[in-house]
Design a protein around this ligand. Structure first.
Ligand code: SD4
Length: 317
């Protein structure tokens, strides 16, 4: 038995490739890295890796993390610029005894010393998005903090090992140096091979307030099915945020236990996620919430085609 679950439609090519590796008996950590790297490398996914949207200074600053559910080792980088695969740097950092979470110049020095590939991560297309958003914000006073699409992937291999990895350019138009939940253990991700794992996408500032990935793993440890754990954690955090602050940001989570059972919860409309297991070929689902319960359906061919045209459509300024 092996399994993978990931936030968003954009992970499906990556998990398709990584599925073949898991089927052939490859390690969960290697497979999750392979899958995240594919998302990082694809220029049309505008919130992860190459082609990721820049901060308000038009710089692409990336956050990524990796966790091994057997050893509980964690590696993370944040606000790193000009490196091709932040997830691989995070994975390498997870092997260090200390200094596992590095930011900015420190992360770049480490990547350089360890031979990671440098790359200008700002594409012309991302620059156009930036120009357009800047103009719209000036014209209409829009909140620039919208649009979120972090990739988070959980893997379970045939030996029962589980790993999780995340990668993101964070919030579009964020302040220089702003770090979200994706690099933060317990908030953007958590995994324990004796229980299961969870990973988040949405408004980092709010996801952090509930340490929500850890909370879901904790609920699974108490015996909850991943679906129930996801619904409880997302509903509770959503409710608390609304009660105390008047509103809740976007919260979307996927989780999987060490039997390969999985769950999802979201407080937004049409949250997409991707799953592959030894019994299920890679599939994209669309999740919604109704009366505190998450429901989901397989994304239709029409939806998949429309997505493809949307992400490649010319940008009109
Ligand atoms: C962040 N959670 O930096 C990330 C953004 C995100 O999907 O999820 N995008 O706050």
């Amino acid at each position: 038995m092996w399994a993978m679950i990931a936030t968003w439609r954009m992970a499906v090519e990556g998990i398709t490739k990584a599925s073949e590796q898991l089927e052939s008996g490859i390690d969960a950590g290697y497979a999750v890295e392979t899958a995240v790297k594919m998302v990082e490398d694809y220029p049309f996914y505008k919130s992860v890796g190459y082609g990721g949207l820049p901060n308000e200074n038009c710089e692409v600053e990336l956050d990524a993390a990796y966790m091994d559910g057997d050893t509980l080792s964690i590696g993370a980088v944040a606000s790193i610029k000009d490196y091709k695969n932040p997830v691989s740097i995070a994975k390498k950092l997870s092997e260090e005894k200390v200094n596992n979470f590095l930011v900015g110049i420190g992360a770049e020095d480490y990547a350089h010393k360890n031979g990671f590939e440098r790359k200008n991560m700002l594409t012309d297309r991302a620059k156009l998005h930036y120009e357009k958003k800047k103009k719209e914000t000036l014209d209409k006073g829009l909140n620039p903090y919208d649009g979120h699409d972090t990739v988070g992937i959980i893997s379970l291999d045939k030996n029962g090992k589980m790993c999780v990895a995340t990668s993101t350019s964070g919030l579009f138009m964020k302040k220089r140096g702003r770090i979200g939940d994706s690099a933060l253990s317990g908030s953007g991700f958590y995994v324990d091979s004796e229980v299961g794992g969870a990973t988040a996408t949405g408004l980092g500032e709010d996801l952090m307030k509930g340490c929500i990935s850890y909370e879901i793993v904790r609920l699974m440890k108490e015996g909850k099915h991943p679906q129930e754990a996801c619904d409880i954690a997302v509903n509770n955090l959503d409710k608390e945020l609304i009660k105390r602050r008047g509103k809740a940001g976007d919260l979307s989570l996927v989780a999987m236990n060490n039997k390969g059972e999985w769950g999802v919860a979201t407080n937004i409309e049409n949250f997409t996620f991707s799953v592959a297991t030894s019994n299920l070929s890679p599939t994209v689902y669309i999740a919604n919430r109704k009366d505190g319960k998450t429901t989901y359906e397989v994304a239709s061919k029409e939806w998949m085609d429309a997505y493809e045209s949307r992400i490649k459509a010319p940008i009109e300024i």
